[in-house]
Design a protein around this ligand. Structure first.
Ligand code: ADP
Length: 171
């Protein structure tokens, strides 16, 4: 595995990285899960900036400041809701990672932390999601030498296992 990839169990809101990624919804106006935790920790300035963005399409990403977070930026991406897998969910999730890495590159970010996008309320199977996250991250690392560290932040043991297996397969 690329030594620039790290798997950690943590609350993403406490991480001191250039950017944390938010698994947001289309409105970008806050929600539950990791989105709610990020807005609570960042304070009202984040919501004010999000209001100016006119939402975000599924599979796309937008960047804001980090406000009261230790992270400098938040990259808000909107993962797909899992239905049956036949509605383009896998491509849309891959697109989330691609758009986040594009923003990382455009903003010269060196360290970025991802939650397991779509695998909470949106119901995307954890193992499939982890494989997509690992594949897209390896692609990004191979073309972006500025990128020093990509953290996969696991909020529970099942997510950690899914990433550990996906990383093992790619060794
Ligand atoms: P989605 O709607 O994209 O499924 P969720 O927020 O429901 O988003 O879940 C995405 C992932 O984020 C899940 O694995 C969930 O356990 C995790 N998560 C929730 N809160 C946090 C947090 N504070 N830090 C890191 N990960 C979190």
């Amino acid at each position: 595995m690329d030594e620039r990839i790290q798997l950690i169990e943590a609350d993403i809101t406490v991480l001191q990285v250039d950017a944390i990624v938010n698994a947001a919804n289309n409105t970008l106006l806050g929600g539950g899960g990791v989105d709610g935790a990020i807005h609570r920790a960042a304070g009202p300035g984040l919501l004010d900036e999000c209001r100016t963005l006119n939402g975000c399409a599924t599979g796309d990403a937008k960047i804001t400041q980090g406000y009261n977070l230790p992270a400098h930026y938040v990259i808000h991406t909107v993962g797909p809701v899992w239905h049956s897998g036949a509605s383009g969910e896998e491509d849309l999730l891959a697109s989330c990672y691609q758009r986040c890495f594009k923003l990382a590159r455009d903003n010269n970010l060196r360290t970025i932390a991802f939650p397991a996008i779509s695998t909470g309320v949106y119901g995307f199977p954890k193992k499939k999601a982890a494989r997509i996250a690992v594949r897209e991250t390896q692609k990004a690392l191979s073309v972006n030498e500025e990128l020093a560290n990509v953290l996969f932040v696991c909020f529970n043991a099942e997510t950690r296992r899914a990433y550990a297996e996906a990383l093992q397969e790619k060794k």
